[in-house]
Write a protein that binds this ligand. Structure first.
Ligand SMILES: Cc1ncc(COP(=O)(O)O)c(C=O)c1O
Length: 400
């Protein structure tokens, strides 16, 4: 057994911090969820995004070594590290929502529709130049919005918080966006962005939602469903279990919704995975409404460091999430290293810090109840690659 085999790295298995089981009735796709993402919205997002010139379905890898280690039938890993050259699934959401926003404003002004592909090619950039888009981000979402804005020709301003790494800031600036760094945390950057957008008449393209602000985040989430549609098209047999990581819950809800609309009452078992430092989804289930938690410490899983659950995500997940699990930072870098060393799949995989919580939650579940996973076909989301190469390298180097 080599030092970097899964068994040697995790001789006693993996532990979760908290786990909450939720009793759900298994029904057809609910109207409350359809009100957030309809079948038509998911279909349109897929048709649109898959027509883009640089589009390629992201790889669906088999984690064959983890399968043997955990004794599972199949573990599929959706590798978003290559998505549109932006390094994460976020490339699907923010950019798509920017285009939908510009299209909406064009229709209002001109009384005739414009194809999103024409906006993306910059065909109406003189019109788009008058529409400023802004967002708050911990990195990946802002990069997606900046990319969509650059393609369309919109001016773009991105708000980041004190802990966002320099590498993520540089990646956003490289797309031509103006970047404002604040002293506070993610939720404060969201509030400042919203206040300044209102004051100046700029459009917020947020990946989170709250009462009175839902149309744009629902387009962001519709963009994310493309990832799930690709999995559904590729797999002959649907997964039995999904492990979906959450910050505000938008990604998890979008993927859950897409599987729920496809398979109805036969949908997979859905586990949402959070950092124990920012467990707003878990707290939402405890209080039965979207919760806000104060973030006392920042997790190294930067994209998951969100204290306020998205209202739209709650509308979906409250009806289909079967379990919420929180995990600590402790085993994140070790798991990234196992991916990088080729100890998870048949070859090395570039898995960033937000790409591994699903795998950790799966490992913790199997440690607890191996018999439940013998015939399991599991889907985990490799949401990001080395979106900040310096952070990625530092985390890998921290593993002895
Ligand atoms: C790489 C990555 N994974 C997961 C998430 C969580 O997504 P959401 O905030 O929609 O729950 C984020 C959020 O930024 C992210 O950047």
């Amino acid at each position: 057994m080599t030092n970097n085999s899964i068994a040697s790295r995790f001789p006693d298995g993996v532990t979760w911090t908290r786990q909450l089981d939720i009793i759900q009735t298994r029904d057809a796709y609910a109207d409350s969820a359809r009100g957030v993402i309809s079948e038509e919205q998911a279909h349109n997002a897929y048709t649109e995004v898959s027509s883009w010139a640089e589009y390629q379905a992201s790889p669906l890898l088999r984690l064959s070594q983890l399968e043997s280690h955990l004794n599972c039938q199949a573990i599929h890993y959706k590798d978003e590290s290559v998505r549109f050259g932006l390094g994460s699934f976020k490339a699907l959401g923010g950019a798509y929502a920017v285009l939908k926003y510009v299209a909406g404003r064009y229709l209002e002004h001109h009384g005739s529709p414009v194809l999103l592909e024409r906006i993306r090619r910059g065909d109406i950039k003189d019109f788009a130049a008058g529409l400023k888009v802004v967002t708050a981000t911990d990195g990946n979402h802002g990069r997606s919005v900046a990319w969509g804005a650059a393609n369309a020709g919109c001016p773009c301003r991105i708000y980041i918080h004190a802990e966002v790494s320099q590498g993520r800031e540089d990646a956003i600036k490289a797309l031509g966006a103006e970047v404002i760094r604040i002293e506070g945390d993610y939720d404060e950057s969201v509030r400042l962005c919203a206040a300044e957008a209102q004051q100046h008449g700029w459009q917020m393209i947020s990946d989170t939602s709250y009462p009175g602000y839902t149309e744009i985040p629902s387009n962001v989430m519709a963009g994310y469903t493309v990832l799930a549609t690709e999995v559904i098209e590729e797999l002959k047999e649907p997964p039995t279990h999904l492990f979906l990581q959450a910050g505000v819950g938008g990604l998890a809800a979008a993927i859950a919704a897409r599987f729920w609309m496809e398979y109805g009452a036969d949908r997979p078992h859905i586990t949402v995975v959070e950092s124990s430092y920012s467990d707003c989804v878990l707290q939402s289930f405890l209080q039965q409404s979207p919760a806000t938690v104060a973030i006392k410490e920042e997790t190294i899983m930067a994209g998951l460091s969100c204290g306020e659950m998205s209202l739209l995500a709650w509308q979906i997940l409250s009806g289909c999430c079967d379990q919420v699990m929180t995990i600590s930072d402790e085993q994140v870098a070790t798991t990234m290293k196992l991916f990088a060393d080729g100890a998870m799949a048949s070859s090395p995989v570039e898995a960033g810090e937000c790409a591994v919580p699903g795998v950790l939650a799966l490992m913790a579940s199997v440690t607890d109840a191996p018999q439940d996973f013998r015939n399991a076909r599991v889907l985990v989301l490799g949401c990001e690659g080395a979106t900040d190469p310096d952070v990625y390298r530092r985390l890998l180097d921290s593993v002895a």
